[in-house]
Design a protein around this ligand. Structure first.
Ligand code: ADP
Ligand code: MG
Length: 372
């Protein structure tokens, strides 16, 4: 068993924020020979008093994309190739750096967690194939979808092809599978960049039609790695999620369409928080099924590692949203996740399984070894 790893990242001040009041600080405290990583925020009602929240790690504004990746994500690649699933998600109010952290900018230095992860995965594929003289073949397939107003849309499809009701989710051997989602095989980082950029254009094209909805939808990229030898198939999956903004939109929205969006976001993040709380208290019933996002994410049911990056903006204008996301994250880190290896599937028995049931899923791909 291991806990979900929750880390916090404070973004730098943006140009228009220079000179504004800063209320968030990332600190490392030495306490009884151990170092504690803390985010400190003042009490909104009394500045002299402050709240502190402890995390596995905290990253201050000067930390680069590369430093964050190397510290938090690079070590998980090895586990991924050993058959463990990984889930990485960014959580926080709109404007705090979730998309910057996950997707990042165009320049090499600005690239986010997702393109860096894919780069490491492709590198590892080549190493394995070389090491085994081509006996182990590795394929990387991916699907990318968003959940908007609790409806699932394929981001590898142009927006015109969307059905208003979205794609259905079905249970398949205990996993939640999105039905009809495109899965694309990808062999190089260049191919990935092209696919990912196009899909993000699909996402933002809808955004101009539907009120900047990229901050109001959850974007989920699933990368499936299949390692095949003459006798075995080993499948594992990395899911990377850029969640919708966690701010409470009810405070500011009065437009009807916005209210529908807001209630879907608030509901899915609320259910996420409830799941987190139920798992942390070891309650028997965890309400995964009450929103599509939690159903697909299956937090705490995953058989691998979960990394949550809490994104924070330093200024006072985010103060209340900052505190509510810190409270959320504080509960999340108590989740315990069983690490169960995805055992190799022995080919003779499971040919149909290997091709048909490996649909895109953010949930567990936990399989029992089937021996001939
Ligand atoms: P979100 O996805 O949470 O709404 P964004 O990722 O769009 O937030 O970030 C908001 C703004 O802050 C963007 O202009 C982004 O480039 C900038 N930003 C966020 N994090 C950083 C960072 N670590 N370094 C530099 N700029 C950042
Ligand atoms: Mg964003």
């Amino acid at each position: 068993m291991s806990s979900v790893r929750v880390v916090a990242r404070v973004r730098p001040l943006l140009k228009h924020e220079l000179g504004k009041d800063i209320v968030v600080s990332a600190e490392s405290l030495n306490d009884d020979d151990c170092t504690k990583s803390i985010i400190r925020v003042p009490n909104p009602k009394n500045d002299i008093e402050s709240y502190s929240f402890q995390f596995s790690s905290v990253y201050e504004e000067s930390v680069s994309q590369s430093e964050l990746f190397e510290a938090e994500v690079a070590p998980t690649v090895k586990h991924l190739f050993n058959g463990y699933d990984t889930t990485i998600f960014s959580y926080g109010p709109t404007g705090t750096g979730k998309t910057h952290t996950m997707r990042g900018g165009k320049s090499l230095a600005d690239r986010g967690v997702i393109p860096r992860l894919l780069s490491s995965i492709f590198r590892k594929c080549r190493t394995i194939e070389k090491k085994t003289n081509g006996e182990t073949q590795v394929t990387v397939t991916m699907s990318y979808f968003e959940i908007y107003c609790d409806r699932v849309h394929d981001l590898f499809e142009p927006p015109e092809k969307r059905t208003p009701s979205g794609l259905a989710i079905r249970d398949n051997h205990g996993k939640s599978v999105v039905v009809g989602l495109k899965e694309i095989t990808c062999g190089t980082l260049k191919e990935f960049d092209h696919l990912y950029d196009q899909a993000n254009v699909n996402r933002s094209t809808s955004a101009t039609k539907l009120n900047a909805h990229s901050s109001r939808s959850h974007a989920i990229l699933c990368v499936k790695i299949t390692q095949t030898t003459e006798s075995t198939v080993l499948v594992s999956q990395a899911s990377a999620i850029d969640l919708a903004g966690s701010e409470d939109n009810r405070r500011t929205d009065n437009n009807k369409e916005r209210l529908v969006e807001s209630s879907a976001i608030n509901k899915s993040l609320f259910v996420l928080a409830q799941c987190v709380e139920a798992i942390s208290k070891k309650q028997h019933r965890v309400p995964y099924r009450e929103s599509k996002m939690t159903r697909i994410l299956s937090l705490g049911q995953n058989n691998g590692m979960t990394l949550m990056i809490l994104n924070l903006a330093p200024t006072r204008s985010y103060h209340l949203d900052t505190l509510s996301s810190l409270n959320f994250a504080n509960r999340t880190k108590k989740i315990e996740v069983a690490e169960v290896e995805n055992a190799p599937i022995y080919k003779a028995l499971v040919k149909p399984l290997a091709t048909s049931s490996l649909g895109a899923t953010g949930g567990a791909l936990n399989r029992q070894p089937l021996r001939p």
